[in-house]
Design a protein around this ligand. Structure first.
Ligand code: 5GP
Length: 191
């Protein structure tokens, strides 16, 4: 079979500087998936049926879609929506759930999947909220972490990349809701 055509975003991406290539993202996600598979397999032969992977809308959807295809267990998928209030540069720390899970998670092993931990307010709030629903365990997978910006202590069990304090875009992350479809992770040229 001939190679599939690769999209060329060059005409559109002048404002963006590539930070992490699509190949590097794919490689790291394969590693994370193998690690997650091994960790949950250690819970016992039936544990896979109990794993619920929950993506935080909308930024995590592309990461989640790729990650779950490297988790060799019978997982189920669900989504949660969260909004964090504040302006573009400063989070107020007030987080609201805008869309909830479709199923109860009591007794399940929950893997929360987030695109980026920036101040940490969003995942901190979600982890606390989800813990009240009595899952068997909760772990966090985040593709990116900006430690310079962190205000809330959060344990990231599965981390893709630590990045500098730049506003990043692509691979699920947006600028004004656009460019989530870029296959690589870039940053805005002057950020
Ligand atoms: P936190 O609550 O950790 O400050 O922020 C989490 C959310 O802010 C992320 O899920 C993401 O939607 C957004 N965010 C934080 N940093 C960036 C960034 O560099 N680029 C983009 N596109 N979104 C970001």
């Amino acid at each position: 079979m001939a190679d599939a055509p690769r999209p060329s975003f060059n005409r559109h991406t002048d404002p963006f500087v590539e930070l992490i290539s699509a190949e590097a993202v794919a490689h790291r996600i394969a590693e994370l998936g193998a690690q997650i598979t091994a960790d949950y397999e250690r819970l016992g032969p039936d544990a896979g049926a109990e794993v619920v992977v929950v993506g935080v809308l909308k930024g995590s959807v592309i990461f989640m879609a790729d990650l779950v295809r490297h988790i060799a267990l019978p997982v189920t998928l669900d989504f949660i929506g969260a909004a964090s209030y504040g302006d573009a540069t400063k989070s107020s720390g007030v987080v609201q759930i805008t869309q909830d899970l479709t199923r109860p998670i009591e007794g399940k092993h929950l893997l929360l999947v987030e695109d980026i931990v920036d101040t940490g307010h969003t995942v901190h709030y979600l982890l606390e909220n989800l813990a009240t629903r009595r899952p068997a365990s909760i772990k966090l997978a985040a593709l990116l972490h900006k430690p310079e910006r962190q205000e809330r202590e959060v344990t990231i069990d599965y981390l893709g990349f630590t990045i500098p304090n730049k506003f990043v875009v692509g691979y699920g992350l947006d600028v004004a809701q656009q460019w989530r479809n870029l296959p690589f992770i870039g940053h805005v040229a002057d950020s």
